[in-house]
Design a protein around this ligand. Structure first.
Ligand code: COA
Length: 332
């Protein structure tokens, strides 16, 4: 039986640290509110002159390649998860291919928001299992800071979302690696967490940029309490689904890496699964919610800290815009 295995992981976060105190100076919010509701203490914002989604992804990729003892030339396909691509089109996968100096290998963008990385991992896993590709680069990268409404009007999202990139390299193995992935969506809730423009949902006269007077439709709209309510249910469902599919129990999990949506959501899931702190990895306190980048950044940091060991059972789980939700169970 052919499985795929993560052979290298890396991440990159921008240098600029944005504290809760800084945000409190430019909008009506405060450290106590942000910490209590989200667990976030600080986050990273790009330098828009220096950083792009594709070049942050390239930095994360180079770390992953080095740790895997591979070079750019070994990569034969790219799957790029992002909802903040450098351009409206083409996707960031082709820009990453260019950044890495690769020519003609395929590049696919995935736009499944916070579940994007697990969707991307699942797609890559199928390509490896089918034998179509041997070395696939899977990345999640986002630049959200430059689109955030940094006024009191946007505070419910401004305090949460941030920038970063994470990457993993997948290769085939005959030993269990990625055991299974589980992908779900419920489009009835699409508008509970979304950015409307520049979408094609408008008639011609409204779609011309000079006609768009209300630019708030370019900002994230989030119904926070709806997101929270659905997230806690779907996280549990999709983790239990992964365990059941593999005949395993929650006690078998060595490390759970939840998408870093909100520390309160992660803590709820941890409590329901009765996992000790040592079995759940969170870094949202330092990076905020980096959407598709959050899981690969957390996985890369957890691995570097020695918390992901050979033979461990690692569970990844995510929930986000769509709504979409997903999980992956990995024998490391
Ligand atoms: N600072 C201070 N006050 C804020 C604020 C901020 N950053 N953001 C919102 N508020 C205010 C609201 O205006 C509201 O004031 P009001 O009662 O006077 O109207 C009050 O706080 C409560 O707002 P509400 O939106 O009901 O708060 P909440 O308890 O639902 O918490 C979230 C808001 C966003 C923290 C919470 O809903 C949440 O975490 N949801 C999930 C979000 C998430 O995970 N998103 C990512 C998905 S991948």
């Amino acid at each position: 039986m052919r499985y795929s295995k993560i052979v290298g992981l890396g991440h990159h976060v921008p240098e600029t640290v944005i504290t809760n105190e800084y945000l409190s100076g430019i909008m009506d919010t405060n450290d106590e509110w942000i910490t209590e509701r989200t667990g976030i203490k600080e986050r990273r914002y790009v330098d828009p002159v220096k950083d792009t989604v594709a070049n942050m992804a390239a930095k994360a990729t180079r770390m992953a390649l080095e740790r895997a003892n591979l070079t750019e030339k070994d990569i034969d396909f790219i799957v790029f998860a992002t909802i903040t691509p450098d351009y409206f089109f083409p996707g960031s996968g082709v820009l990453l291919q260019r950044e890495l100096g690769l020519e003609s290998i395929g590049a696919l963008d995935i736009r499944n928001a916070c579940s994007g990385f697990i969707y991307a991992l699942s797609v890559a896993d199928q390509f490896i299992k089918s034998g179509m590709y041997k070395t696939i680069l899977v990345v999640g990268a986002e630049i959200q800071s430059t689109a955030i409404d940094m006024t009191t009007r946007g505070r419910n999202t401004a305090v949460i979302f941030a920038d970063g990139a994470g990457a993993v390299i997948l290769q085939p193995t005959d030993q269990p690696g990625i055991l299974s992935t589980h992908l779900h969506a419920d489009g009835r809730y699409a508008e509970e967490l979304y950015v409307r423009d520049p979408g094609s949902s408008r008639p011609r006269e409204e779609r011309q940029p000079e006609q768009i007077l209300d630019t708030t439709t370019f900002k994230v709209v989030m119904n926070g309490s709806q997101v929270f309510k659905h997230a806690v249910v779907r996280f549990m469902e999709v983790i239990n689904e992964a365990l059941a599919a593999n005949g395993m129990k929650k006690e078998d999990i060595d490390l759970l890496i939840p998408h870093q949506a909100n520390l309160r959501i992660s803590q709820f899931v941890q409590h329901k699964l009765e996992l000790p702190d040592s079995k759940v990895y969170n870094n949202i306190m330092r990076y905020g919610n980096t959407t598709a980048a959050s899981i690969p950044i957390a996985l890369s940091e957890a691995w570097a800290e020695g918390k992901v060991k050979e033979d461990n059972l690692i569970c990844l789980a995510a929930f986000g815009s769509g709504f979409t939700w997903a999980s992956a169970l990995i024998r490391w």
